[in-house]
Design a protein around this ligand. Sequence first.
Ligand code: CP
Length: 310
Amino acid sequence: MLQNRHLLGLENYPREDIQTILDTAFSFREVLDRPVKKVPALQGKTVVNLFFENSTRTRISFELAQKRLSADTVNFAASSSSLKKGESFKDTAQNIEAMKIDAVVMRHPTPGAPWHLTKFVDAIIINAGDGTHEHPTQAILDMMSLQEKFGRIEGLKIGIIGDIRHGRVALSNIYGLITMGAEVTLCGPANLIPPFITDLGVTVNHNIDEVLEWADAINILRIQRERMGIGLIPSIREYRRLFGITTERLAQHKKEIVIMHPGPMNRGVEIDSSVADSDQAIILDQVLNGVASRMSILYLLLGGKIEQPK
Ligand code: CP
């Protein structure tokens, strides 16, 4: 079992617990290849997916993970709830918990909102992305995909490219990868990389070609136009010229670099379609591993039982 009752982020998260989550995720990955992709591990448990911000992958992935584990699932979308009539976040959460739920998976635009929720409710809280802060389950599925591809995480050289400042995926990946013994280099425009980020044990290099020459794998982050306001990059065209991952740029490096992207992708901006759809991209493996990772996290936090296949 895991040392923390909730999964709020990967900052200071124990290495042995990350390894337990990954090992368990690989067991569940095997379940997803069976003709009947379902186990009764969380029968009788109820999980609410509380999404205050848009999502495709994370919301569907969590819902599928819950269904694959035979949990009861309820989806909540803030846009069609009584929040629109002025109900507070606290009242909304406490009313949902009064209906006897076991866990809440929450995405919220405010950094720290899942931590805040732990003060109002007794249910187990899983952070599905809190503003520009953390996205721990994305980092777990990214590490699972690296382990699947390379057979290890320790000693891997990982470049994280793009908007680090607004990217919760970046921060959770940094915490997780450093804890698991990988080397991490960040690359992007100087104003999209926070100045003290090197305190976390990462290197910063603004030269994309040097990073590509060094890396075993790169995780390409989206330019988050909705969080940026106006003017943080001169133009999308300029960004693509300096940091965009194109087939021509990759061809200059006589080595195979594994390409990752958490989605959603801006094709033609941070990544070209020809790269995203190439054999060196593991982007859709990341999506599948997301279901197995989230099954693992739900199972370990909710104390489920696995029935061994006959
Ligand atoms: N990777 C990710 O969090 O995607 P969504 O925003 O679609 O959930």
